[in-house]
Design a protein around this ligand. Structure first.
Ligand code: 9MR
Length: 777
């Protein structure tokens, strides 16, 4: 430290020393990333360069100050270590390892086995399979043993998967077969048993095929006793990323008994970046950090470089840059301030669920607890991951006999206020079908179930933990539907001794009726059960998204929990999906702009200039042969202010793929200048397009709310503009979708020029009053 820096620090401490109260607390707050992370037992780091550490004092000081872990950006890559066969040069790696040791930092070594950055002698040499395996073993052993005790974490294998989640057909697989993966981990463990051994991969931060492939790979390796300790998620992202599935993905891997880490975080921005874009970028950093903080086994957050002066992005993605935390002169960008604030201040929302089983885990028999409380449940009689919750995601399937999931211990104190909510799809009414319960000693302390004698949903609380005790119940007024996803919320209000039951977000019954004495609850000290009671009454059908709250849930929250939206893109500076399903949208091309929303808030709506569109990958979003609703706020561009749109031809707001054409198109129709909701008679071959049009021509340049409703039971489709029904058209069918949803285009064209906001899709026909609410500016 230079003398004047020391003087400043001492001065600052003196100032702090004289302050009292909250100001003192604020001033004493942590000011570096490493302090903030260390206070949580977390590591925060960056990829660093040996030459920058050597030549750039400001860089060096910043690395020392901000991080408690560093990753070698290139210094452990084989082409750097052993450019000539048999002649290792460890000098650059040593520089980083020594620097880290001097500054109390852990080292992540990247990487031992990779298909890329291999020396030429290796890639062009002719070796037998046995020779090549020996070369690889020798390399792993040489490097790991030299740094035993000094490199805490190895990215043993880097990027072993292809984009579809199958093993990458790279250098090692093609020459050694899949066995090279397990070998590398065993060799590394044998040489340094204390080092943490990771598998590192990119583009596995979403709910996509590659993440599932990775999950299957590491589960299989672990099952075979391969010493994989952790999985690294590189997290190279765009400023339009929402990362809405990252927390779930991390949690799933953690529940395999693995550590997880964010290993190469950066967020690229089109350059030059403006203030709005830098603010959006900061949010992406914050979301990444929050996802990690929400998962106790997430051990570290590492960025891929920390200054825009040294980042791989500009060279790799021309036109993009500004991807890191600090600007080119090491000044803090909004991203740095947001990351620091999240590391320092973020807390799990205290009012959130105390347990939350999404039950959409990818196979296996562990239901992860998304609340972060660690109440994972063991599934028996079935496996997760093969039963659909609308549309096309997974749930627990109860067979009505041997199925269920159970926690290790109690989840909620049933003597105090609590609430339990779940999505269910009942398949059989022949017996009591328990959705959720918590064990007492002699009986369940409560059950939420289907009751065959009354043909109702029932929330039941025995008056005491004895089989003789009476039971207080509250029943639905509606008759439970079969094979229809229904949302249930049961609330026990201890203060009032009152029970409530909501069905699809609507309060159906409260007990006791006025005048009756309130019941007192008692504490069930046994485990929580999903799809089962302690007496073995098993649910028949699907269960999904079970949440337990250690408090009362009110009517507004019960309605929100029952929101059946299967996709919601708010376009608040990102293209992520804010619905439960986390189907983030991908801009095509990558660069997409944002504009002010209808309330004038900057960067809160999507801006399309006739070249960009949003694709929702990962299969179907909507079953278009069942009832559905698509809504959007749209403003067609009108540069010359004549009320007519600038773009030529039809302009599609949203459409979902069929075989040869979209199975619906919500659009501006250029022929007659009106809004139109079109459903083809068939999605291939010659077809007609039954259409509902707006009563008046579309007015460009102003925000308009559109809602398209297909009511399958009634065989009608309807278009609403600004909450007003424009017309109803009869159709006998709506073709089933076969592919993904698009925003701003259909699979056959019709790009939109304008702004879009709050696109929602629901797998049901919304009621007129619901559409009116959505259309309220
Ligand atoms: O940032 C690294 C760049 O300097 C190298 O030229 C390149 C090839 O070795 O690797 C870059 O780092 C990559 C990392 O090793 C693995 N994940 C992707 C990173 C960015 O390409």
């Amino acid at each position: 430290m230079r003398w004047w820096m020391a003087a400043l620090v001492v001065g600052a401490q003196l100032v702090v020393g004289t302050m009292v109260g909250p100001d003192a607390a604020a001033a004493a707050e942590v000011t570096t990333l490493r302090e903030a992370a260390a206070a949580r037992g977390l590591q925060v780091g960056s990829a660093v360069s040996a030459s920058a550490l050597e030549t750039d004092p400001a860089y060096r000081d910043r690395v020392a100050a901000e991080f408690n872990t560093v990753t070698t950006e290139n210094e452990f890559k084989w082409s750097v270590l052993e450019p000539v066969r048999g002649r290792y040069d460890f000098s650059r790696a040593d520089r980083i390892v020594d620097f880290a040791a001097a500054h109390g930092q852990a080292v992540r070594g990247q990487t031992l086995v990779w298909h890329s950055s291999l020396p030429e002698w290796l890639t062009t040499g002719t070796f037998s399979q046995a020779e090549l395996r020996d070369i690889l073993r020798n390399h792993v052993q040489t490097v790991v043993s030299r740094y035993r005790g000094r490199v805490a974490v190895w990215d043993v294998v880097n990027e072993p998967l292809a984009e579809d989640g199958t093993p990458r057909d790279g250098f090692w697989l093609s020459r050694l077969g899949l066995g090279y993966l397990a070998d590398a981990f065993h060799w590394a463990r044998a040489v340094d048993p204390a080092a943490q051994l990771y598998l590192n991969e990119y583009s596995t931060e979403t709910n996509a095929a590659k993440a599932r492939g990775l999950y299957e790979l590491v589960r299989d390796l672990r099952a075979r006793g391969v010493p994989v300790d952790g999985v690294g998620f590189q997290t190279h992202k765009l400023l339009t990323s929402r990362l809405s599935a990252l927390g779930d993905v991390l949690r799933r891997f953690a529940d395999l008994g693995l550590d997880v880490a964010i290993t190469e975080l950066d967020v690229r921005v089109p350059v030059p970046a403006d203030a709005t874009e830098l603010a959006q970028q900061a949010e992406v950093y914050a979301w990444a950090a929050q996802a990690c903080l929400a998962v106790p086994r997430c051990r570290s957050i590492t960025t891929w470089g920390f200054t825009d002066a040294r980042s791989w992005i500009p060279a790799q993605y021309p036109g993009w840059g500004a991807a890191t935390l600090l600007d080119e002169s090491l000044g803090a960008k909004p991203a740095y301030r947001r990351l620091l604030a999240v590391l320092r201040d973020w807390q799990r929302p205290g009012t959130g669920p105390v347990a939350w089983w999404r039950l959409d885990d990818w196979g296996g028999t562990t239901a992860s607890d998304a609340s972060g409380s660690g109440h994972s449940a063991v599934v028996s009689g079935t496996t997760l991951g093969w039963y659909e919750r609308q549309p096309t995601t997974f749930a627990l399937r109860g067979d009505g006999a041997g199925t269920g999931a159970v926690t290790a211990g109690p989840v909620v104190d049933t003597a105090r206020s609590y609430a339990v909510s779940a999505w269910v799809s009942l398949t059989s009414k022949t017996a009591r079908r328990v959705v959720a319960s918590q064990d007492g000693a002699a009986r369940s302390a409560f059950t939420l179930s289907y009751e065959p004698s009354t043909d109702r949903w029932v929330f039941a609380v025995p008056l005491a933990d004895s089989v003789q005790a009476g039971v207080r119940t509250v029943s639905s007024t509606s008759v439970p539907a079969v094979n229809r996803w229904t949302h249930l919320t049961a609330v026990w209000n201890a203060g009032w001794g009152r029970m409530q039951l909501y069905v699809d977000g609507v309060l159906e019954m409260t007990a006791p009726p006025s005048g009756q004495p309130p019941a007192t609850g008692w504490t069930g000290r046994g485990p929580f059960r999903i799809g089962r009671s302690s007496a073995g009454e098993a649910f028949a059908g699907g269960i999904s998204d079970v949440r337990v709250f250690a408090r009362v849930v009110d009517a507004a929250e019960a309605a929100a929990l029952a929101d059946a939206a299967v996709g919601r893109w708010t376009f608040d500076g990102h293209t992520g999906d804010e619905s439960w399903f986390s189907r983030d949208g991908f801009p095509r091309p990558e660069q997409v702009g944002f504009t002010a929303d209808r309330a004038g808030r900057p960067a809160r709506a999507l801006l399309l200039t006739g070249t960009e569109v949003i694709d929702v990958r990962g299969g179907m979003t909507l079953w278009t042969d069942r009832s559905y609703t698509v809504t959007a706020w749209v403003r067609l561009t009108d540069a010359n202010r004549d009320g007519r749109p600038d773009g030529a031809g039809d302009q599609v707001v949203a459409s979902q793929d069929g075989r040869e054409r979209g199975t619906f198109q919500l659009q501006y129709e250029s022929d007659n200048g009106r809004w139109a909701y079109k459903v083809p008679v068939t999605d291939s071959g010659p077809t007609g397009w039954p259409t509902v049009e707006s009563l008046a021509p579309a007015v460009a340049g102003r925000w308009t709310h559109l809602a398209a409703v297909w009511n399958a039971g009634w065989g009608r489709f309807q278009l609403y503009v600004d909450g007003v029904l424009q017309g109803t058209s009869a159709a006998t069918t709506s073709p089933p979708a076969t592919g993904g949803l698009h925003v701003g285009v259909s699979m056959t064209g019709g790009r939109l020029t304008g702004a879009l906001d709050d696109v929602q899709v629901h797998q049901r026909a919304l009621q007129p009053h619901e559409i009116t609410t959505l259309a309220t500016p």
